[in-house]
Design a binder for this molecule. Structure first.
Ligand code: NAI
Length: 419
């Protein structure tokens, strides 16, 4: 019989020892995923269930795949972005008997083929990121799309894509918006991306943050997190937004807020976090400060229009690992990690404790899909499960909360009383 190794497409199986060490480290620091979630799956609900995991392929994702496989699932894995795949992690998964289709830095054509190879394993459920596998199955494997039993989605952009499919009347299965659980976006999008993005930018450039002016494009959960960490390290934040409430929020936080044309000329570093495409594009290049550093934290590699920059400035010169320098009309512009998510493609990704939360949400979301007969459409993890994840994480940190006394509960019911 063909083994997982025979079916996989990875760079080099011999890289597995380094990958296994990284996964073991992640396991040691993921008490919720390996505790609460693993014990939830002890009900046998995943036995023989085929699950595709298409999330940035690094150590924490590999741990999630392993927890699902340990629970009896037949797991097949690909990366949600070729620039974030870790080849040693892919090798460790294959060594453990899990099929993988991914290599770091593959061209987009090869990446598409990897995703379709995963589709051709006919998964019943998908743990997706950016809905990258789901939208390809919708377009290119319509029969399989109709048979899918459920999708659990990791990120803001993917949830938006699923909601659009639902609005078009083309979501024939239940989908869990894992991103919308409190234990996901409040921590992962804000603290996890905030910390890891700033870390990656500084590591790739070897710059100091203190005294830098940093333009943050998009002040949603991710932008807010980035702004917090930039300020904590002594940088000054300017925000570019299109939503008036978000713009006002940024102002109240004490940041500069303005249009791209007013903010970009003084920004040393520009970080995009909009979830859209071409947030920094042709009309912005004339405003950029010479030697500026451009980095992206949003889902799409197209958030900085690197293709347009290359068309106008010619091919870049790699001046450091992960740093491409363009000469635009004689002005040097540096792009990090080719415009892919800088914290994952150019850094270590999210902190383990954060992914313990995010992937616990994914795990319990998948469990909900498998054990319940949910209606087609986008669903959110029930609050008691979200709370159980937060409580388990607090307990792992040695923190125990108070609970309301019966008297306090009674007072809350007495909504007319009081002075
Ligand atoms: P969000 O929806 O909370 O915030 C996005 C913000 O960008 C909104 O306030 C919107 O008004 C603003 N915006 C949209 N287009 C804009 C433009 N052209 N110029 C200025 N502002 C614009 O989304 P969230 O949760 O902050 O996520 C942002 C992106 O980051 C998404 O693509 C998400 O999938 C991705 N993400 C990346 C992570 C990473 O590890 N790098 C982790 C979590 C999310």
């Amino acid at each position: 019989m063909e083994s997982a190794a025979d079916r996989s497409r990875i760079l080099d199986p011999s890289l597995h020892p380094e990958g296994s060490l990284a996964i073991a480290w992640a396991r040691r620091h993921s008490p919720v995923l390996t505790g609460l979630v693993a014990s939830t799956f002890e009900d046998g609900s995943l036995e023989g269930v085929r699950v595709a995991v298409v999330v940035h392929l690094e150590a924490k994702t590999a741990l999630l795949a392993s927890v699902l496989a340990d629970a009896g699932a037949e797991v097949v894995v690909a990366g949600s972005n070729p620039h974030s795949t870790r080849d040693e992690i892919a090798a460790a998964l294959v060594e453990r008997g899990i099929e993988v289709h991914a290599t770091r830095g593959s061209d987009y054509g090869t990446w598409e083929k990897d995703l379709l190879a995963v589709a051709d394993r006919e998964p019943m459920y998908i743990v997706d990121d950016g809905a990258e596998l789901t939208i390809r199955i919708a377009r290119q494997r319509p029969d399989l799309y109709r048979r899918l039993r459920g999708v659990s989605e990791e990120t803001t952009t993917g949830v938006e894509r699923l909601r659009r499919l639902e609005a078009e009347g083309n979501l024939p299965f239940p989908a869990m918006a894992a991103n919308d659980a409190a234990c996901k976006h409040l921590f992962d999008n804000r603290y996890g991306t905030g910390q890891s993005t700033v870390q990656a930018v500084l590591q790739l450039t070897n710059f100091v943050m203190a005294g830098k002016e940093v333009a943050v494009v998009g002040y949603g959960w991710v932008g807010r997190g980035i702004a917090t960490y930039v300020r904590a390290m002594g940088g000054r934040v300017s925000v570019i937004e299109v939503d008036p409430v978000k713009g006002l929020e940024a102002l109240m936080e004490g940041h500069e807020v303005g249009s791209a044309a007013s903010v970009l000329p003084t920004a040393d570093i520009v970080i995009t976090a909009t979830g859209g495409m071409r947030a920094i594009g042709m009309r912005d290049f004339p405003h950029l400060k010479p030697n500026v550093v451009l980095a992206n934290a949003g889902h799409h590699d197209l958030e900085i229009d690197v293709a347009a920059l290359e068309e106008q400035a010619g091919a870049p010169r790699q001046v450091r690992p992960g740093v491409d320098r363009y000469e635009w009309n004689g002005k040097p512009i540096n792009v990090l990690s080719k415009g892919a998510l800088v914290n994952i493609a150019g850094g270590l990704g999210h902190p383990i404790e954060i992914m313990d939360l995010s992937f616990s949400v994914q795990g319990l979301s998948l469990h909900e899909l498998v054990v319940n007969d949910l209606d087609p459409g986008v669903h959110i993890l029930p609050k008691p499960l979200d709370d159980a994840i937060a409580r388990a994480r607090l307990e792992a940190e040695g923190v125990h909360l108070d609970s309301l006394s019966s008297e306090q509960v009674d007072d809350m019911g007495d909504w007319i009383g009081g002075r």
